[in-house]
Design a protein around this ligand. Structure first.
Ligand code: UT7
Length: 333
């Protein structure tokens, strides 16, 4: 069996945080943020709102977009860096709140590549005939793990959620077909993106320095890795499925930095006009980034059923992944 995308839903928490608001709190400026990252606004959840809340809303909308009832979903895969609790996973709670019944539901931890990891796993469960439909969600509340003393990460990350419904099909001829995926990792660089404390290697105690409880990133080193790894992954996938770069109608890259997206298009030889960009509005939403960018392009009227879409992402781990899709005849909600 093959997997096809039959529904897409998103949710952003209502609170919009402008560069101006951050410039009043940190030693930064709208000019620095815009020119170095391309970000103008991002959404942050109100205190008390958790990743599972955003994921549930996006999941509900994806089900509606697919025209499915809760009982039609066989599996939930939720990608997140910011689960509601260190234990248990967030996916079972989301499945329960969506009324999906006693279906398997589990989290994927691949940081900003998480959505593409979850998509690949959902596709594999369909191919193995373990599921006929899979709800794949990427959801984050980075605002809960940002160091209020770190101006660099604080201006980059945003909260949000995006979800797709995958369904089994016997062929890949019709729009919506997920034609292939590629995943990779390199743990030798695990320290470039991390929350140092709070795991089994460095449990949090009353004496843990506050900075070690927050998200950290070595920006310039990550930047270089991101362009190279997403480029390599996307190229490998293109070869695997027999697409050439000219045939790609839309490049949907992880919205980590507008400069990375431009460099990536150049590396892949895809005209930069075919790159989907919504980082200016939502910032880096990590595992929610790719489905939010897809929905953004669809709402702009840029996607026609059958268009060839190349998605690629990169994140902590290090991890990276790519997926190829023909755009389905759906309306994202
Ligand atoms: O989502 C997972 C993947 N993530 C990524 O791929 C992110 C990749 N990295 C990046 O996007 C960029 O490295 C950042 C946006 C994080 C940083 O941009 P950069 O151009 O690499 O800046 P930098 O870290 O090299 O810092 C340049 C200067 C420094 O000042 P000095 O030493 O030159 O005086 C920083 O202190 O910019 C300064 N700086 C800031 N200035 C104003 C760093 N953050 C800020 C800030 N406002 N928010």
């Amino acid at each position: 069996m093959h997997a096809a995308v039959i529904g897409l839903g998103t949710h952003l928490p209502p609170r919009l945080v402008t560069n101006g608001e951050l410039a009043a709190r940190f030693d930064t400026s709208d000019e620095w943020i815009t020119s170095r990252t391309g970000i103008r606004t991002r959404h942050w959840a109100e205190p008390g709102t958790a990743t599972g809340d955003l994921a549930t809303e996006a999941g509900l909308r994806a089900l509606k977009s697919a025209g499915l009832a809760p009982g039609d979903i066989d599996v939930v895969v939720l990608a997140t860096t910011t689960p509601d609790h260190p234990c248990p996973a967030t996916a079972p709670d989301v499945a329960s709140r969506l009324g999906l019944g006693p279906v398997p539901a589990y989290d994927i931890a691949a940081v900003c590549s998480g959505f593409l990891y979850a998509l690949a796993i959902g596709q594999a469960q369909i191919a193995a005939q373990q599921a006929g439909t899979v709800l794949v969600i990427g959801a984050e509340t980075y605002s809960t793990i940002l160091n209020p003393d770190d101006r660099t990460t604080s201006v980059i990350f945003g909260d949000g959620a995006g979800a797709v419904v995958l369904a089994a099909r016997e062929d890949t001829d019709r729009p919506g077909a997920l034609l292939g995926t590629h995943l990779g990792s390199d743990g030798a660089h695990k320290d470039l993106i991390r929350i140092p404390a709070g795991g089994s290697r460095y449990p949090t105690t009353a004496y843990t320095p506050e900075a070690d409880r927050y998200f950290t990133m070595e920006g310039p080193k990550v930047f270089r890795q991101a362009v190279v790894r997403m480029g390599e992954s996307a190229t490998t996938l293109l070869h695997r499925i027999g697409w050439v770069a000219e045939k790609v109608d839309h490049l949907v890259g992880h919205q980590a930095n507008a400069r990375i997206l431009t460099a990536l298009a150049g590396q892949l030889d895809i005209p930069v006009e075919r790159t989907v960009v919504n980082i200016d509005r939502v910032g880096n939403t990590s595992a929610a980034s790719v489905p939010l960018a897809l929905a953004h392009a669809a709402r702009q009227g840029r996607l026609t059923p059958g268009d060839r879409i190349l998605m690629t992402a990169f994140g902590g781990g290090l991890t990276w992944g790519s997926a190829a899709l023909t755009w389905p005849d759906i309306t994202p909600l």
